[in-house]
Ligand binder design. Structure first.
Ligand code: NI
Length: 131
């Protein structure tokens, strides 16, 4: 078992958002995805993001107002949201007091050449790719 301590992680700022990427843990190919935590301060938003990777996000604390596809969807702590490949998104923290903390896992879908990490994961990776 290996613990990943968010409070001890190396972070950097992307505009207002503090990001802690899991690359710092040097996991190599052990995971079939990339991962990060990010924190959006109160009354702030993430930069507009769009990328080929599919992105699954779990709200760790606070509440996310996720803007994608022309709508804003509120996602509370403990719930999750999935962004498709090339789906533009902005994550707003509308709370004026509490930061929003999100954990995201992201990976290249199989049709865009993401087969390598899925092969490492074996059957479970294939299930994700076949979703
Ligand atoms: Ni993104």
């Amino acid at each position: 078992m290996r613990k990943f301590d968010k409070n001890a992680a190396d972070t950097y700022l992307v505009e207002a958002v503090r990001v802690a990427r899991w690359e710092q843990y040097s996991l190599g190919d052990r995971l079939p995805f990339h991962a990060m935590w990010y924190t959006v301060p109160p009354s702030s938003s993430s930069p507009r993001d769009r990328h080929p990777e599919v992105e699954l996000s779990i709200v760790v604390s606070g509440s996310a107002a996720v803007e994608a596809g022309g709508t804003i969807t509120e996602v509370d702590d403990g719930s999750a949201f999935l962004l498709d490949s090339e789906e533009a998104h902005v994550v707003h923290n509308r709370c004026t007091e509490r930061p929003l903390v999100v954990f995201s896992a992201y990976w290249m879908p199989a049709e865009l050449g993401g087969g390598e990490p899925a092969a490492v994961a074996g059957a479970s990776g294939a299930a994700v790719a076949g979703e």
